[in-house]
Design a protein around this ligand. Structure first.
Ligand code: HEC
Length: 154
């Protein structure tokens, strides 16, 4: 092998190594670029999801609040209504109010029937103000009457 031959082989080796290195570099650059773009996609997907999550609860809450506002309040029990209002007169039998615990007082009222008693409370009777002086529903007033009857041995 001449010196020239060795020189040629050397050059070829250097060029080969250079090309190989370029290939490796190109490979890494390519991978890096594709990684970045896929990361970008993930990022935008995450951002969109986060935005939806921020929007969703607000929508849900406002819809829920609207439904809640329209929904009727939970009915108070007969016992609660009596304690809040009716008992003020019906415990002691104020001004001829049928007394809680006095079966005789209620028996005569019962003869007219439950509907008539409810109507008397809804419209007011004697010194009893309409609806017993509260914002009670018919349902709550009926429950209150039932409660007073039950506590009067009826
Ligand atoms: C301010 C006092 C007062 C309050 C408060 C009151 N009542 Fe009366 N209530 C009376 C009086 C007095 C009568 C008897 C009226 C009469 O016969 O002239 C009466 C009568 C009734 C009767 C018999 C009605 C009938 O058919 O003759 C019922 C039932 C009754 N009350 C239920 C209630 C209920 C239920 C409440 C509470 C939501 C209530 N009352 C609150 C004073 C009151």
């Amino acid at each position: 092998m001449t010196d020239q031959d060795q020189q040629v082989i050397k050059s070829i080796a250097i060029v080969t190594i250079a090309i190989a290195l370029l290939g490796v570099i190109a490979f890494f650059i390519a991978q890096n670029v594709s990684e970045t773009s896929s990361m970008k996609q993930q990022k935008s997907a995450r951002a969109e999801k986060a935005m939806q999550e921020r929007i969703e609860p607000v929508g849900k809450v406002s819809v829920g609040a609207a439904v809640d506002a329209g929904a009727p309040k939970a009915a108070r029990s007969g016992q609660e209504v009596v304690a809040a209002s009716c008992g003020g007169c019906h415990v002691a039998g104020v001004a001829g109010a049928p007394k809680i615990g006095s079966k005789g007082d209620w028996e005569t009222r019962m003869e007219a029937g439950m509907d008539a008693m409810l109507a008397a409370v809804v419209n007011g009777k004697g010194i009893m103000p309409p609806r017993g002086g509260g914002d009670f529903s018919d349902e709550e007033l009926s429950a209150a009457i039932e409660d007073m009857l039950a506590n009067s041995g009826m």
